[in-house]
Design a protein around this ligand. Structure first.
Ligand code: B12
Length: 213
């Protein structure tokens, strides 16, 4: 069993060293990628989120926790099976304008790459124009939009509208995600797919592309 409490303490301290050590210990003990990620790192980050919401900790602590989490993710990344080389398709992904959250989006990138997709990660605070330009330049079949704030999820709707206006809506499947995003919201704004987590994001992207063929 992954010791969730220790991961939480290490993230709360923002201790990169401790998170790296705990992650390596868990790997050595035979824990799987999923259990280290879900029961260790993500469960700890959820608890950090609660403390942040309750104003028991502030942005600097959350940033340190995020940095420590990234260090842990980097260590488990090699446990993911690497793709066979045959490309499943091209995905352009980013966090929408006004939003700087990227931990979840980065996990989606990692899983998609492991699932055989070629991913063009545009980073955070990505403008609508940048999404459209990247879809056109890379001839992407999928675009992934991430948003973590109730104030930025409407950017997803605006991005979809702009994709439509640019005349490329038929070329590209739009998938969306992030904590405040729901299946219902995805339907409302006309997205093609939604996934609540990174592993399911890969299934959704695969299903959408196979529907197309
Ligand atoms: C870490 C964090 C930060 C860090 C971000 C660091 C970073 N590099 O990402 C920092 C400190 C910068 C930050 C800042 C802010 N934050 Co903040 N943050 C969080 C926190 C604690 C964790 C988010 C996270 O990483 N979760 C872990 C990941 C793995 O989960 P995830 O993002 O949901 O991703 C998964 C799925 O959603 C899905 N997914 C994600 N993206 C995509 C995309 C696609 C295409 C698909 C298919 C799936 C998918 O797969 C992922 C993996 O399984 C959350 C609390 C929470 N519980 O969410 C608050 C939270 C999101 N933040 C919040 C707030 C208010 C802010 C600030 C406005 C605070 C402030 N007063 O300034 C700023 C905004 C900055 C900005 N403009 O973006 C609020 C949002 C409230 C709301 N209703 O909008 C939250 C919910 C905290 C709270 N409860 O109050 N934050």
């Amino acid at each position: 069993m992954v010791d969730g409490e220790r991961f939480y303490e290490a993230l709360l301290q923002g201790s990169v060293d401790e998170v790296e050590r705990l992650t390596q210990d868990a790997i050595d003990a035979g824990e799987t990628f999923e259990s280290i990620l879900n029961d260790g790192l993500m469960a700890a980050m959820d608890r950090i989120g609660v403390k942040f919401k309750n104003e028991e900790i502030y942005i600097p602590e959350v940033l340190r926790a995020a940095r420590a989490m990234r260090a842990g993710v980097a260590i488990i990344k090699p446990l993911l099976p690497s793709s066979t080389g045959s490309s499943m398709g091209k995905v352009v992904i980013g966090t929408v304008k006004g939003d700087l959250h990227d931990i979840g989006k980065n996990l989606v990138v990692m899983m998609l790459e492991s699932g055989g997709f070629k991913v063009f990660d545009l980073g955070v605070d990505v403008s609508i124009e940048k999404f459209i330009e990247a879809v056109q330049t890379h001839q992407a079949q999928v675009v992934g939009l991430s948003a973590l704030l109730t104030t930025t999820i409407m950017e997803m709707k605006h991005t979809l509208e702009a994709i439509e206006e640019a005349g490329i809506r038929k070329q590209v499947k739009v998938i969306i995600g992030g904590a405040p995003v729901t299946e219902k919201f995805a339907k409302e704004i006309g997205a093609d797919g939604y996934a609540p987590n990174a592993a399911l994001a890969v299934d959704v992207a695969r299903d959408l592309l196979s529907e197309d063929n």
